[in-house]
Design a protein around this ligand. Structure first.
Ligand SMILES: Nc1ncnc2c1ncn2[C@@H]1O[C@H](COP(=O)(O)OP(=O)(O)OP(=O)(O)O)[C@@H](O)[C@H]1O
Length: 510
């Protein structure tokens, strides 16, 4: 059998946890091979080993049939292995070509003598694989989807034959996801081989040939994707059957909790991002915002939470005007916020999990008394959240958050915010990067919040999630409210049209 990469019996231990415990995965030439596993199952660790960032404690790696030792990423590159990380590693003020040659530049390139030759090669690669990237564009001026293509070009420029994608669609819009899938198909049709880490079973069904499932550091098996259902893969992954729909009864909305009236807000480029935007969210309801990324959702959340100034209009929470209040004052007024960017806004990565779980309340009893932190209360609080939200990490509350898997970081934030018992819970992309088992769990917790009488404002780019979870859906387009629909009376098609700017009545006739 023609395997381009074989990883056999890989073991990797971190303090307090065996991240990879005898894992085996074999990649055939020209296939898209999905790597599926729960949050913290050990996928990123395994791929970091293949990319030379970690050394395995045990096990063997073969590339094109030859046993190799991959001591660092340069060795991986030389062996034809490239990786697109979850968080891109690009220099914003540089151009596409400059970013691509960075690290592989010869003296010639460095002194700017031959950027043009490099740009030409970038252009050729871009055309060959249908990437459509302008070699001279600056990174700061191109979309996230384009930036990802630059990362792909970086691998191709270094003649990578094996391409590792670590949750590549987590940051993409639905259209960009389709485009990326096309690109992947093109790459394998030209003889490249792909390992795709993803939690999205739909995507695995759409593009992958085979799928290796791991659970808690161990290989469960490798299956042929065409012959395996989504349910079967989910069950292999979490060890129990998983429901893909949200179980919820009819909501019982109460009084208005959040009142937004004629809100005008500018974005970072000083362009109007919200235009006379009005919306109410009631107690006991989940109101979902549906929209293509970049249509004002981020600015809306920032205006409510105090991260962005309001030009005009009002934001009122339970009868109290929030305009002009500080972020802390708003927090104390009853707002909890699960932010879009968990690493930048949600966590202090070099703090412990315990410390992260009291970020907004560390100065309040029972966590501090007469200016002193009370470690026992802080530990108990952390243990409670770790237990009830199934947050997995090496050494519990004392784990440094940076070392935790992305999904477990997210569960920690959600636990922290829900436990604050807010009147309004703003959840932005709450299940981004989470496995299906955790998504099911988080959805239940959000519905539980609703049933307890909280107002939940959900912002998600996953239309499935908005439809499944919300009671009412507000569609936003270009900073304006297109309309509000009941989720029980709409469907993906109608929402899609409204997201493109059609009013509800027009969408019905399209
Ligand atoms: N550098 C490290 N130091 C200590 N523990 C680590 C380190 N890297 C990973 N871990 C732990 O190893 C386990 C596996 O993590 P890994 O990131 O490989 O999981 P994953 O399957 O990629 O998860 P996710 O889907 O959430 O990204 C986790 O419990 C994580 O906390």
């Amino acid at each position: 059998m023609d395997y381009v990469v074989e990883m056999v019996g890989i073991r990797k231990e971190f303090p307090g946890i065996v991240a990879n415990d005898d894992i085996t995965i074999r990649l055939k030439k020209g296939e898209i091979h999905a790597l599926l596993g729960e949050n913290g199952a050990g996928k990123s660790t395994l791929m970091s080993i293949l990319f030379g960032m970690y050394q395995p404690d045990r096990g063997m790696i073969k590339v094109n049939g030859r046993e190799v030792r991959i001591s660092n990423p340069n060795v991986a590159n030389r062996l034809g292995i490239g990786m697109v990380h979850q968080h891109f590693k690009l220099v914003e003020p540089f151009t596409v070509t400059e970013n691509i040659i960075l690290g592989s530049e010869t003296r010639k390139y460095f002194f700017g003598l031959d950027i043009r030759t490099a740009a030409k090669r970038v252009e050729q690669l871009s055309q060959r694989y249908g990437l459509n990237v302008d070699p001279y564009a600056k990174i700061e001026n191109i979309s996230v989807g384009m930036q990802q293509r630059v990362e792909i070009l970086k691998m191709l420029y270094r003649d990578a034959e094996v391409l590792i994608f670590d949750e590549p669609t987590a940051v993409l819009t639905p259209q960009e996801i389709n485009d990326l899938q096309e690109i992947m198909r093109k790459l394998v049709s030209e003889g490249k081989s792909i390992i795709l880490i993803t939690h999205k079973l739909k995507e695995i069904k759409a593009v992958a040939d085979r799928c290796t499932v791991i659970r808690r550091g161990k290989t469960i098996g490798t299956v042929d994707v065409a012959e395996t259902s989504r349910e079967e893969m989910a069950e292999m992954m979490v060890g129990r059957s998983v429901s893909f729909t949200v179980d919820k009864t009819e909501g019982h909305p109460g009084d208005v909790v959040l009142e937004i009236e004629s809100l005008n807000v500018k974005n970072s480029k000083k362009v109007n991002a919200l235009k006379s935007f009005s919306l109410n969210v009631n107690a006991g309801e989940i109101l979902g915002i549906a929209g293509v990324d970049g249509n004002g959702q981020t600015e809306l959340v920032e205006a409510i939470t105090g991260l962005r100034p309001i030009e005009s209009g009002t934001v009122v929470l339970k009868g109290k005007k929030l305009n002009g209040l500080s972020i802390r004052q708003r927090n104390n007024s009853g707002i909890a916020h699960i932010p879009e960017d968990r690493q930048k806004r949600g966590l202090v990565l070099d703090y412990t999990l315990e410390e992260n779980l009291i970020l907004e309340v560390y100065n309040q009893p029972p966590y501090s008394k007469r200016g002193l932190l009370r470690s026992e209360a802080i530990s108990q609080h952390a243990d409670h959240i770790i237990q009830s939200f199934d947050v997995r990490s090496g050494t519990g509350g004392s784990s440094i958050v940076r070392s935790m898997s992305g999904g477990n970081q997210q569960k920690a934030i959600i636990g922290r915010e829900v436990e604050r018992d807010p009147d309004l819970l703003i959840a932005v992309q709450p299940t981004r990067g989470l496995d299906v088992g955790s998504i099911e769990y988080i959805h239940k917790r959000l519905v539980e919040q609703r049933d307890k009488g909280k107002a939940v404002l959900l912002i998600s780019l996953e239309l499935d999630e908005v439809l499944n979870l919300s009671d009412r859906i507000a569609v936003i387009n270009n900073g304006e409210l297109v309309g509000i629909v009941k989720s029980s009376e709409t469907n993906e098609r109608e929402l899609g049209l409204m997201m493109a700017g059609y009013r509800k009545e027009e969408a019905a006739h399209e």
